[in-house]
Ligand binder design. Structure first.
Ligand code: SF4
Length: 335
């Protein structure tokens, strides 16, 4: 953490050090390079910097807000929605977002400290626990013929090395009832170099494959990313964004983000209401404000550039769209 402050020319905040004990600071160097030096409120910095507010206990916020850990015997395959299975390929991630709803999931290798400048990508240790037997991992999907779509999530599935990912996709494609694959990742945004020619080749397979990129702020989109995105021949690339107080809860910021995405053939798919994970209450934007922002965006952008504003509620068979009823703050239903 002191090194991050030094790079950004900011005075070190000792108070934050203790907050990082349970969920350490972890951010790759290319993401740091996009932060504005000398600005303690930089929207990229705020997404990764441990803050004292994380220690507060706030009503309605818990360590497993979507009941994923408590509801599943095999926590690597989640069946939340009809016809789809979520495969948690890795519990690890290329960045530690402070608002991540899976921040309290067990980490097989343990978290590393003081490694925010670990780069290149290959220095990250592979998560052996999840990759050494894909056949076993996929058994709940193979045996359930209702599953037509496999969604690779995590952590970040693109943390697998190329050969592991290729092998995993190979096994999934061989399951006859699976018709499509979706990959959710933040890596191409935070580490554009991860989009190597080899990975681009793997992702450009003929099987229906959708990529959903997690991006929260226009400053995250670098020239380096655009060049590599243009090389990526995946027919459909979507984006998802978390609505975050002090980071992107502003119509101009969201306009810039979605406008830039569609200019590069990326369709804004979801704007997520924050999942109420312990330690992230200071990021929460009220649904009323979120709906107002959406209305403003609809007046400035073509329809296909305006994402669905959604909220995930444990036990519900689909995400709740803003056009229905977003759950009022403080009223999270029990299981
Ligand atoms: S990129 Fe996604 S999964 Fe990874 S820490 Fe951030 S929110 Fe969590």
């Amino acid at each position: 953490m002191p090194e991050l402050y030094r790079i950004l020319g900011l005075p070190a905040d000792q108070d934050c050090q203790s907050v990082a004990e349970e969920y350490p600071l972890f951010v790759p160097r290319p993401f740091v390079n996009k932060m504005i030096k000398g600005n303690p409120n930089d929207p990229l910095l705020l997404q990764v910097l441990p803050r004292q507010e994380e220690l507060l206990t706030v009503d309605g916020f818990s360590r497993d807000p979507l009941h994923e850990l408590s509801n599943n015997t095999s926590c690597r395959v989640l069946k939340k929605y009809a016809g789809r299975a979520l495969l948690l390929v890795s519990n690890d991630c290329g960045i530690h977002c402070r608002f991540c709803f899976r921040r309290f999931f067990p980490k097989p290798n343990g978290f590393r400290k003081n490694c925010f400048n670990k780069y290149p990508f290959g220095e990250k240790e592979p998560d052996k626990n999840c990759s050494d037997n894909f056949k076993t991992l996929l058994e709940p999907i193979r045996s359930d013929h209702t599953i037509e779509e496999v969604i690779l999530s995590g952590g970040d599935p693109l943390l697998l090395d190329d050969s592991e990912l290729e092998r995993l996709l190979h096994y999934i494609v061989k399951i006859s009832h699976v018709k499509r694959i979706r990959i959710h990742s933040r890596l191409p945004i935070i580490l554009p170099n991860r989009l190597t020619p080899e990975l681009i080749k793997i992702l450009s397979c003929s099987f229906p494959l959708y990529v959903v990129l997690h991006v929260n702020h226009p400053n995250e989109l670098s020239d380096d990313f655009w060049v590599r995105r243009d090389e990526l021949r995946v027919p459909v690339i979507l984006s998802q964004t978390v609505l975050l107080k002090g980071i992107n809860d502003n119509q101009d910021v969201l306009f810039q983000l979605f406008d830039r995405l569609i200019n590069h053939r990326i369709i804004p798919y979801y704007l997520h209401q924050l999942d109420r994970v312990h330690g992230a209450a200071h990021f929460e934007v009220s649904p009323d404000r979120g709906c107002r922002l959406m209305e403003q965006l609809r007046q400035r952008l073509p329809g296909y550039a305006v994402p669905r504003y959604v909220q995930e509620i444990p036990g519900m068979l689909s995400k709740q769209c803003q056009l229905k009823t977003l759950v009022p703050l403080g009223k999270i239903p029990s299981r």
